[in-house]
Design a protein around this ligand. Structure first.
Ligand code: ZN
Length: 432
C-alpha cells in the first residue's frame, strides 16, 4: 500500500485534474495542452515532477509504474491453475489482503474451485446509486511448476510469465486504477465493484451466477482481459462457444471371420463428423471443429464404441439456437448403431450492441486524452464479458494488458503500455 498523501498534495493534484476537465470542455483537441500552465505537482512525496501537459491520472500511474510491475510480479509468482483450489485461493488471498484497507472484500466460498472475490471500493464522490463492474479472473491455464521453465522476468521491454497477460496484469490495472482515483481524489459517478473469478478458464461454471448478479446491478461492465493485438485494441464483440460430445455405439464383430455382422461405431462417427463440419460457415463466422476423436479397440475388430468432442463458435445468438437444434437432432445413418449427443453452447456471444458501441466510444475519447488511439476488435475467444453482454449490460472487454502469447510460452505484456492502460481504466471507472 502507498502511504496516504498529505491533504494539500491531494488538493493540488485534484485541482490539476479539475482544470483539465474544464480545459477539455473548451477545446476540441482533447489530448493536447492539458494543465500546461499549471506547472508542478508533487508526487511520491519527494521530487517535483512537471506534468508537462500530461494527463494527471497518467502522470500518477507512470509514477507508480515500478510498484505496479512489482505487484504483477508477486501475483504471477503465485501460480494459480484453475483445477488447483488451494493454489488459486492463495492468489485470491494475496489480492484480498491488498484490497482490505481500501475496499469491502467478500470471498464467495467454493468447494471445487478457488473462491470468487468481490471488492466494493470506497472511492471519492457523493453517495452513489449506480454501479460500475470491473470483471476479471485469477485462475490461469498454467499448471504448478510452470514458473521453473517460464519464470517471471523483465526483458526486451516486456514482462514475461504464466498468466501475466491472461490476466494478472489486468487485475493489477484495476487495483492501481482504483488507487489513482482515491489518491488523486477524483470524483466517481458510480460505485466501483470488482469481481475476480476463479474458474473462468473452464467456462465459469460456479462464478457465472455471481457475475450475472453483479452485472444486473451495474450500468456498465469493464473487463480487463488481454487486449487484442500489439496496438492494444478493445474487444467489442466475442463469439459465443460451446462443446458437443457425440457418442456412437455400434455392433462389434471379428473383422476377418464375421465382418458383415458388425456395425462400425468409428465409421458412423466419421459420417456424423463430416456432416457437422459442413455447418462451418467462415463468411458468417460460424466454426465447427471436431477437436478430439477416440474409438475402437484393435484393428481386427469392427469397433463397438467411438466418441468425439466438437468445439463450436458463433457470432450471433440466433446461430447458437440453430446449431444447438441441429446437433441435438442428429440421427445415425447406419440404423444398427445408436448415437447420443450431449453438451451445448456454454457462452453466449458478446454482440456489439448500441450500448457496447457507446461504451467503446467513451473509452476511445478517454484514451485520446492519454494520447492513445483505442481501436476495437471482434474476436473468437470468449470471456465472462460474454455473460454480461448477453444480459444486455454494456460491456467493454480487452481493457487489460497489451501483449501476446495468451496460453502460450511467449506470454508477455509490453511495459510501455502499463501506465496508460491503468489510467484508461481509472478514467472509465470515474466516468461510467
Ligand atoms: Zn482470461
Amino acid at each position: 500500500m502507498v502511504a496516504a498523501r498529505p491533504r494539500q498534495e491531494r488538493r493540488i493534484i485534484a485541482a490539476l485534474f479539475r482544470f483539465s476537465v474544464e480545459e477539455l470542455s473548451r477545446t476540441a483537441s482533447a489530448n493536447q495542452g492539458l494543465c500546461k500552465s499549471t506547472g508542478l505537482a508533487r508526487l511520491n512525496g519527494s521530487t517535483e515532477q512537471p506534468l508537462n501537459g500530461m494527463d494527471p491520472i497518467l502522470h500518477y500511474t507512470s509514477q507508480r509504474l515500478p510498484a505496479i510491475i512489482d505487484w504483477i510480479g508477486n501475483l504471477v509468482r503465485i501460480e494459480s491453475p484453475t483445477h488447483d483450489k488451494a493454489a488459486v485461493d492463495r492468489a485470491v488471498e494475496f489480492v484480498a489482503d491488498h484490497l482490505a484497507p481500501v475496499a469491502t472484500v467478500k470471498l464467495h466460498r467454493q468447494t471445487e474451485f478457488g473462491r470468487h472475490l468481490r471488492a466494493e471500493f470506497k472511492l471519492p464522490g457523493r453517495a452513489k446509486s449506480r454501479q460500475v463492474l470491473g470483471l476479471g479472473h485469477l485462475d490461469t491455464v498454467w499448471s504448478i511448476g510452470t514458473l521453473a521453465r517460464m519464470p517471471f522476468k523483465r526483458s526486451k521491454g516486456r514482462l514475461w510469465g504464466p498468466g501475466v497477460f491472461d490476466m494478472k496484469s489486468g487485475v493489477a490495472f484495476f487495483v492501481f486504477a482504483a488507487e489513482a482515483l482515491r489518491e488523486l481524489d477524483i470524483p466517481c459517478k458510480s460505485k466501483f465493484v470488482l469481481q475476480l473469478n476463479s474458474d473462468e478458464e473452464v467456462g465459469s461454471p460456479t462464478s457465472r451466477r455471481f457475475t450475472d448478479r453483479e452485472a444486473q446491478r451495474s450500468s456498465a461492465v469493464l473487463v480487463a482481459e488481454p487486449a487484442w493485438g500489439l496496438d492494444g485494441r478493445a474487444k467489442t464483440a466475442r463469439k459465443g462457444g460451446g462443446t458437443f460430445t457425440l457418442r456412437v455405439k455400434g455392433q462389434p464383430a471379428h473383422a476377418g471371420l464375421d465382418f458383415a455382422a458388425g456395425a462400425s461405431a468409428v465409421l458412423e462417427l466419421s459420417r456424423q463428423l463430416l456432416k457437422v463440419s459442413e455447418w462451418t460457415n467462415i463468411e458468417k463466422g460460424v466454426t465447427v471443429n471436431p477437436g478430439v476423436v477416440r474409438g475402437g479397440t484393435a484393428s481386427n475388430v469392427v469397433p463397438e464404441e467411438a466418441w468425439a468432442e466438437v468445439d463450436v463458435r458463433v457470432p450471433r445468438p440466433s446461430d447458437a439456437t440453430r446449431l444447438e437444434r441441429k446437433f441435438l437432432g442428429l440421427k445415425p445413418q447406419d440404423r444398427r448403431t445408436s448415437l447420443t449427443v450431449e453438451g451445448g453452447l456454454r457462452r453466449p456471444p458478446l454482440v456489439r450492441s448500441p450500448g457496447v458501441g457507446r461504451l467503446y466510444r467513451l473509452a476511445r475519447k478517454l484514451a485520446a486524452e492519454l494520447s492513445v488511439e483505442l481501436g476495437e476488435a471482434h474476436v473468437g475467444g470468449g470471456s465472462d464479458g460474454n455473460f454480461t453482454g448477453a444480459l444486455g449490460i454494456p460491456t467493454l472487454d480487452g481493457l487489460g494488458g497489451v501483449g501476446e502469447g495468451a496460453h502460450a510460452l511467449t506470454e508477455s505484456i509490453l511495459i510501455g503500455r502499463i501506465a496508460d492502460r491503468t489510467a484508461l481504466l481509472a478514467k472509465l471507472i470515474a466516468a461510467c
